[in-house]
Design a protein around this ligand. Sequence first.
Ligand SMILES: [Zn+2]
Length: 79
Amino acid sequence: MGKHHEYWIDLDLGYCSCNDYYYRTLSGLGMCYHLEFVKEKINSRVDTIHFSDSEYYDFVKSVVNDNYLMIRNEKGDLG
Ligand SMILES: [Zn+2]
């Protein structure tokens, strides 16, 4: 859970759905804040949600939808 958004994180894949991930992590500049934070906390206590395979479609759908809304909001009504 971020400050303004809720992000999807997959530590095994090193994936996060935030903007920082796309601009920073995919450019090879290091992990985003969320991944770093979760990795630090993983040894103490972290709330983890496990999905079954049957929930995978809805999971991916919500990730795509979240990113679509985020991109759309940043572009305003011009896009
Ligand atoms: Zn992130």
